[in-house]
Design a protein around this ligand. Structure first.
Ligand code: D5M
Ligand code: ZN
Ligand code: FE
Length: 539
């Protein structure tokens, strides 16, 4: 036993963690409120059943004298006094393109040291805790949809690519075909000049003509047709948002020689402007994080401890869900020269360490994890969930492991979780005002608009062709959660709350060389009953 007083729940948590145990918040509170917490902890641990990973409140009650534990106790130091909070204003509502404000309040107040930081109203310096069972979290089992895990049939052959692109076209085209009077490319090819025609197609090429107009080639199951967007039309701005392989609809008029379609209007599959998201029917919250990068020399252990400690405080008692959108560990061989910045060189040891950090999170929280590009699963998307061996290593919370991407429904709220490798692509291809590292949520809006998490094939993104395209956004999610770019971004697109969740890794040498200043040590927390986000800072 270390010679430190054990009255602080945070210390109890780290002491339990160092012995390989994870505990419910209420269990920790009970130990903290015992007359001699250090001794209480010893007794609780000694009496723990063989093989137990998680200490329940019932176990602690049984071990400690129930009469003595029944008194309300005072915590002399709450972890909440060390964890800062930044209350982010509600995200922008509606489509930001109709209101191109240069400043996004949800992000600008969120940046570190902005001076807008204030302790939350409810943060007490001294807290009276009830030892009754009423504060125990009671998350419900998440429902998982669109998970590739165990369903993979692709062999990576050419035929598989044809199949997956057809499936993408069929499913994204369906909503568009309801909006325009689609004619197949083959039919348009034999229509007379001057006819009106509409087509739903996959973008197979985008180039500018000698006179500065745009030539967009659309492809469907019957062939391709060239579509011309004149540079002086309003819709020319929409061409700047186009990516190859996405599915769109155009309406226009055929040229006199019928060889080209002059485009009058263009449509994305998009999210309806009037989308009305589902909400929870009780006050319950979810913390959305990603990119923990355990194993990297830049992993911010102190910030993580503060975050986990905070989850044990009464202030966080409504935070019942923790969603982790990939990059649990730093991995090995992901980028050139990465090994020079590794703290742990063995990938399994990285997961072992990650699992130790995860044990600091209250045992009564429901955790959902998807993999990212640094994790030990296939890199090509859709990525299946962690395999049995890795799951066993991260088993303390009975967490849910699902593929990247997946739709996870908690308390009636659907959350589309996607790690976010395509965000690099979207940011590289589109103009700065549509998508940038400083405003990653805007890049997310583009994915929602295209109803596809990784529209453009090639570049950074590796695609594993499956029978069905797991990367399309079939039904509109209530919340869209990504990570990967290590920057915070929060906003609403047609009422869909979009959160890019930052990271727990300080700036790497690579990031320094390309001037990426990561937002590290933050946890966005979402009220599932109102879908309002709050940003919590732990650095
Ligand atoms: O990547 C975090 C972010 O940094 C993401 O936008 C990619 C970019 N990144 C980081 N390291 C590299 C290297 N070496 N090459 C190219 N891009 C990089 P993550 O994959 O989450 O670490
Ligand atoms: Zn990452
Ligand atoms: Fe990543």
């Amino acid at each position: 036993m270390r010679g430190v007083p054990l009255e602080a729940p945070a210390r109890i948590v780290s002491e339990l963690t160092s012995r390989g145990y994870n505990a419910d918040r209420e269990a920790v509170t009970l130990i903290a409120s015992a007359e001699d917490p250090a001794r209480a902890l010893e007794r609780v641990v000694d009496a723990a059943p063989d093989g137990a990973l998680r200490l329940s409140v019932d176990h602690v009650r049984e071990v400690l004298d129930p009469d003595a534990a029944g008194d309300p106790a005072t915590m002399s130091e709450s972890a909440s006094t060390r964890a800062g909070a930044v209350d982010a204003p509600p995200g922008e509502s509606g489509d930001d393109r109709t209101d191109p404000a240069p400043r996004d309040p949800s992000v600008s107040t969120a940046v570190p040291d902005s001076g807008s930081e204030s302790p939350p109203e409810s943060a007490p310096s001294e807290t009276t805790v009830s030892t009754g069972g009423s504060v125990e979290r009671s998350p419900t089992e998440p429902e998982i949809d669109n998970d590739i895990t165990g369903q993979s049939t692709g062999t990576g052959e050419y035929e598989d690519f044809v199949t997956v692109f057809r499936d993408r076209y069929d499913r994204l085209g369906e909503t568009l075909r309801a909006r325009v009077n689609h004619r197949p490319a083959e039919a348009i090819q034999s229509m007379p000049g001057g006819s009106e025609a509409s087509m739903v197609g996959m973008v197979s090429d985008i180039r500018s003509t000698a006179s500065g107009h745009w030539l967009v080639e659309l492809e469907d199951r019957t062939g391709t047709f060239p579509c011309l967007v004149m540079k002086d039309r309003d819709i020319a701005a929409m061409v700047e948002e186009l990516l190859c392989d996405e599915v769109i609809a155009v309406e226009g008029t055929l040229a006199d020689d019928a060889g080209i379609l002059f485009v009058d209007s263009m449509h994305f599959p998009d999210v309806p402007r009037t989308y009305s998201p589902n909400t929870a029917d009780r006050h319950v919250q979810a913390a959305l994080i990603s990119d923990v990068h355990v194993g990297s020399q830049e992993f911010m252990a102190d910030a993580w401890h503060r975050f986990a400690d905070w989850l044990h405080t009464p202030e966080a008692e409504n935070v019942e869900y923790l969603l982790v959108a990939g990059d649990m560990v730093e991995g090995v061989g992901v980028y050139p020269d990465q090994d020079e910045e590794l703290d742990i060189v063995d990938i399994y040891e990285q997961y072992e360490r990650f699992s130790e950090y995860l044990k600091e999170v209250p045992g009564d929280m429901e955790i959902v994890m998807i993999p990212g590009n640094h994790d030990a699963v296939r890199l090509a998307e859709p990525q299946p969930a962690f395999d049995e061996e890795l799951r066993d290593m991260m088993s303390a919370h009975d967490a849910r492991f699902t593929g990247n991407p997946s739709t996870v429904t908690i308390e009636g709220v659907s959350v589309l979780m996607y790690h976010g490798v395509s965000l690099d692509e979207v940011i590289a291809e589109l103009p700065e005002d549509r998508a940038s590292y400083d405003e990653p949520h805007k890049a997310m809006y583009q994915l929602l608009k295209k109803r596809h998490v990784a529209p453009q094939y090639g570049g950074h993104l590796r695609l594993a062709p499956e029978e069905k395209d797991y990367l399309t956004i079939d039904s509109v999610p209530d919340v869209f959660h990504t990570g990967h770019v290590h920057k915070l971004g929060v906003g609403k697109y047609h009422n869909v709350l979009s959160v890019n969740s930052g990271c727990w890794q300080a700036q790497t040498e690579f990031q320094k060389s390309v001037n990426i200043d990561p937002d590290a040590g933050y946890a966005p927390v979402v009220d599932l009953d109102t879908l309002e986000p709050t940003l919590r800072k732990f650095t």
